[in-house]
Design a protein around this ligand. Structure first.
Ligand SMILES: Cc1ncc(COP(=O)(O)O)c(C=O)c1O
Length: 455
């Protein structure tokens, strides 16, 4: 690595500004005691709590079961066990089935024997371990990047990276369907926020052309594969826009690592784009990498800045041995066994084509690891999910406001472990149960009006 020359003026300027900003001593103040309503310390008076209660009461009244926090009694992969009953499972992100492999488990156990279950402190202060450096080296090879950094949470990776890199003089442009971790990071940054229509780069270009000269730095954030809709962005077009307007491009690969491209390296491999053209590659370790955590890959100065300023890294514990080693092992197996990626892709195509053949609305899905079945209003989606559960299939409903009002859906997450028979069963049962609900005109509006009639 070549060293950059020392900039003496920059050092002098920095020391002047440090001296100027030194805190002045303040005189101690005595606080007077304000009068506070005693109810203000009762959590059950929170409006958010009332919202949860209303939703639960409404579900009970409309005879649907709460779909949240279902208890799985074994490792949830292509199948799972709930209430002692085996189900075909479509709510696992273990896309390549690596979370179930002895080889991954053995490596994680050996790492625990050598290093324990926690590294107990942040890496800058408590130090690094060889497994941190090994994983970061593997990620650099994957994205052909100069440097990389792993965080303990995928969500915190986005929040800290976007939140810390941008400031009030900057602009962040994000896809309207972005994950909560992206939009939270954008809010935290204090930058001007503009969302563009989903996967619509004419809209992106219109906004950036109008606003670029009003801002210092500009960042564009997209996902490699969208987790609600299962579609991908045009990476070459994004690179062209970001180069012409002098912006950074960040791609979140949570649902595309292990899924896209012949060997699972993600969006750039699928679309034949040089990975170095993307400024910030981000990904999570909770999906293909069968662990927990997140990563950023890019040039050395970017990673240096994050190492010292990204609060979710600097002030949070380092990744633990079993999680880090499970991630390393998963990348190793993904590279060694491309048949897993091929199987996942053929399963995705199978599900998409056969679901469409029986008339299910799969929206924008391109048939990789995410295929939504759009059913209309939120109550119908919850009821359909309940009915599928009774028939041995687990698919989670996504309701308003996570998706537009009339686009509530069940999301089917496809893995390399599913058999075609399991996929076909799910398609047939979903089509049959949805038909029954449609014939009964089952919807939120219909159920509420029949409640009024029965009063
Ligand atoms: C696109 C995207 N980014 C980030 C995250 C956060 O990752 P994690 O759940 O590993 O914290 C998720 C979670 O599903 C996601 O879908």
């Amino acid at each position: 690595m070549s060293k950059s020359p020392i900039d003496r003026d920059a050092i002098l300027n920095m020391s002047r500004s440090l001296a100027k900003n030194a805190p002045a001593k303040a005189a101690p103040k005595r606080a007077s005691r304000p009068k506070v309503d005693p109810g203000k310390t009762d959590f059950s008076t929170l409006e958010l709590y009332q919202q949860i209660k209303v939703q639960r009461d409404m579900a009970e009244l409309l005879q649907t079961r709460d779909p949240y926090f279902i208890l799985h009694e074994k490792r949830a992969g292509a199948t799972t066990v709930v209430d002692g009953k085996e189900l075909i499972n479509f709510a696992s992100y273990d896309y390549l089935g690596l979370n179930g492999l002895d080889e991954v488990h053995e490596a994680a156990k050996e790492a625990i024997d050598a290093f324990g279950t926690s590294v107990s402190g942040s890496r800058p202060t408590s130090g690094e371990r060889p497994f941190h450096r090994k994983l970061e080296q593997q990620l650099c090879e994957l994205y052909e990047s100069e440097a990389s950094l792993v965080f303990v949470s995928g969500h915190a990776t986005n929040v800290s990276t976007i939140g810390e890199l941008l400031g009030s003089q900057d602009l962040v442009l994000f896809d309207a369907y972005s994950h909560n971790s992206v939009t939270t990071g954008c809010k935290l940054s204090g930058a001007t926020r503009r969302s563009f229509k989903h996967n619509n780069f004419d809209d992106l270009e219109r906004i950036i052309a109008e606003t670029r000269d009003k801002h210092d730095r500009v960042m564009i954030v997209v996902e490699g594969l969208y987790s609600m809709d299962g579609d991908t962005p045009d990476l070459a077009r994004l690179v062209d826009i970001k180069e012409r307007y002098g912006a950074w491009l960040m791609v979140d690969e949570a649902h595309s690592l292990g899924i896209l491209g012949a060997t699972g390296r993600g969006l750039f491999e699928q679309q034949g784009v040089d990975p170095k053209k993307v400024d910030i590659w981000m990904g999570t370790m909770s999906k293909t990498m069968s662990g927990c955590g997140g990563y950023i890959c890019g040039v050395q100065p970017l990673i240096e800045v994050l190492k010292f300023f990204a609060s979710g890294f600097m002030y949070s514990v380092g990744l633990s041995a079993p999680l880090c080693v499970a991630g390393s092992k998963s990348l190793e197996i993904m590279k060694r066994e491309p048949w897993r990626v091929e199987k996942l892709q053929s399963n995705g195509q199978y599900f998409l084509k056969n679901a469409q053949a029986v008339g299910l609305n799969t929206g924008l899905s391109e048939g990789f690891c995410v295929v939504p079945v759009i059913v209309g209003d939120s109550l119908r989606a919850v009821k359909l999910s309940n009915n599928l559960l009774d028939r041995g299939i687990y698919a989670f409903p996504i309701t308003y406001p996570a998706v537009p009002m009339n686009e509530a859906r069940l999301r089917f997450f496809i893995t390399s472990e599913h058999s075609e028979e399991q996929l076909q069963t799910a398609i047939d049962v979903t089509a049959e149960e949805l038909r029954k609900l449609e014939e009964a005109n089952f919807s939120l509006a219909g159920s509420i009006s029949s409640l009024h009639e029965s009063k």
